[in-house]
Design a protein around this ligand. Structure first.
Ligand SMILES: C[S@@+](CC[C@H](N)C(=O)[O-])C[C@H]1O[C@@H](n2cnc3c(N)ncnc32)[C@H](O)[C@@H]1O
Ligand code: SF4
Length: 448
């Protein structure tokens, strides 16, 4: 195993966007969003993201926009608001639009009652032309998942499910307040497969309290035994200054940088030895899976949900805190549910902030996306595509010099390649191209 130096404790973004979320600002308001919606490229299919910011209980490691609820009333009320927001957005679009991808995330969309699953789905289809071969994916908390909910999802047209497993070890589960038996996970996988939702992803997290290489390997073995089409292996992002409940996790029990690195490497070794293809920084897929096929052709994209085959012209975010991605820039909805409610109820698009992308952002975004997806970026080709001089990258290449010296990244004829053994350093390589990073790193987690 490679020794990890101090530089891996650097705090850098996960680059699900560029510019990244800390650089969104309130100058991107409803008027700007309306303009972006009106001027979307005509006829190109769109992608929809629906955020459900509720869970039955709160996992202490969680970094998502969610709250625990102990009654269904706020969830039902929220579904009314989503219905209204879908209507507002569709009115703001010039024409009725086709949709090629739908993703419901959270939080836990699995806590929706079956009537609300059907209602929300019908709403989307009333306002958009969901293409017959559209991918419809949903995030699943397997704890307590029942057959009726799965049947409602299938009926709504769900084609792909992403199941939260995180870690199987009892001590780790206790420390993150997420008790989930292997039987519950097995049951959820069976229910989904029996219902015909057979494209499955499993989420795992390393860097959690009390995780050792041994108990992490047991989690990986269990995940492999479930034989999902895809696995996401996230490094725990510990940011208690922003996610107060994370302070309930004993920091002394957290793996250090070296161990995090070894856990990430162990996952890669084991999953690849079992035939999975490594995609980008933290995803793995069976060779025949659409994501692996896209990776082979350099066509994987990165968005707020991670790695995807979604190449729609724009992603519309619906629901509190949801982020949309447009050719013109990014826009984020109000995260606070009562404030989101006030906006929607008064007929306003519930925009909180965003960022417009400049020409300089666009070429950097292209380089960062290719590095994050392919671990490789063809700088002359990207510069030519955006009609910019190669010298735009001079400062970034100078920043990369120490990493080149260490063999982390190589450059030949302007093509940057991250060494496979240093895949974990991808975010650091991307950071060299990030013009905004020096303006603040406090919000990010360690790079491994
Ligand atoms: C919305 S949740 C998935 C669905 C469902 N809520 C569940 O937990 O089973 C999205 C995923 O984000 C990952 N995640 C959440 N908080 C994280 C954190 N602080 N660091 C790294 N990954 C995190 C977890 O793997 C989780 O499954
Ligand atoms: S990890 Fe999933 S279930 Fe746990 S609090 Fe976060 S969104 Fe909810």
């Amino acid at each position: 195993m490679l020794q990890v130096s101090e530089m891996f404790s650097a705090k850098v973004p996960r680059y699900t966007s560029y510019p990244t979320a800390p650089h969104f600002h309130s100058g991107i308001d409803e008027a700007v969003y309306r303009d972006w919606l009106r001027n979307l490229p005509e006829n190109a299919p769109l992608s929809l993201y629906v955020h459900i910011p509720f869970c039955d209980t709160l996992c202490w490691f969680c970094g998502c926009h969610t709250t625990a609820v102990n009654s269904y009333k706020p969830v039902a009320d929220y579904c009314d608001l989503l219905q209204k927001e879908v209507e507002l957005v569709s009115q703001a679009l010039k024409t009725r639009r086709a949709v090629s991808h739908i993703h419901w995330g959270g939080g836990s969309p699995t806590l929706l009652h079956i009537g609300d699953i059907a209602r929300l789905d019908a709403d989307l289809r009333r306002h958009f032309d969901v293409l017959p071969d559209a991918e419809f994916s949903i995030e699943i908390d397997p704890r307590g998942l029942d057959g009726a909910t799965v049947a409602a999802m299938r009926k709504a047209g769900v084609t792909r499910a992403s199941i939260g497993l995180q870690d199987c070890n009892a001590k780790v589960q206790q420390a993150i307040n997420r008790i989930q038996s292997d039987e519950e996970t097995i049951e959820a996988v069976s229910l989904l497969r029996e219902a015909g939702i057979s494209s499955l992803n499993i989420d795992l997290v390393y860097g959690l309290p009390y995780q050792t290489l041994e108990n992490w390997e047991a989690t990986l073995d269990f995940a492999l035994w479930l034989s999902p089409d895809r696995l996401s292996v996230f490094g725990y992002a510990h940011v208690p200054q922003f996610k107060k409940h994370q302070a309930l996790i004993p920091e002394s029990a957290l793996p250090d940088i070296q161990l995090r690195f070894e856990q990430a490497e162990l996952a890669r070794e084991i999953l690849c030895a079992h035939g999975y293809v490594a995609i980008g920084l933290d995803h793995f897929a069976k060779p025949g899976d659409a994501l692996a096929v896209a990776a082979k052709h350099g066509e994987v994209a990165r968005n707020f949900q991670g790695y995807t085959t979604d190449n729609a012209a724009a992603l519309i975010g619906l629901g509190a805190s949801a982020i949309g991605s447009f050719p013109q820039g990014y826009v984020q909805n109000i995260a606070n549910v009562p404030a989101y409610r006030d906006a929607v109820q008064s007929g306003r698009l519930p925009v909180a902030r965003g960022v417009a992308v400049s020409d300089d952002d666009r070429i950097r975004r292209a380089v960062i996306e290719r590095l994050m997806c392919d671990l490789r970026a063809d700088l002359p080709a990207i510069a030519a595509r955006y009609n910019r001089p190669l010298t735009d990258f001079a400062e970034a290449l100078a920043n990369l010099a120490p990493m080149k010296d260490r063999g982390i990244v190589a450059e030949k004829d302007g093509i940057l390649m991250i060494a496979p053994d240093w895949r974990s350093a991808t975010r650091l390589v991307c950071a060299a191209f990030d013009r905004y990073l020096p303006q603040g790193t406090a919000r990010h987690s360690v790079s491994v």
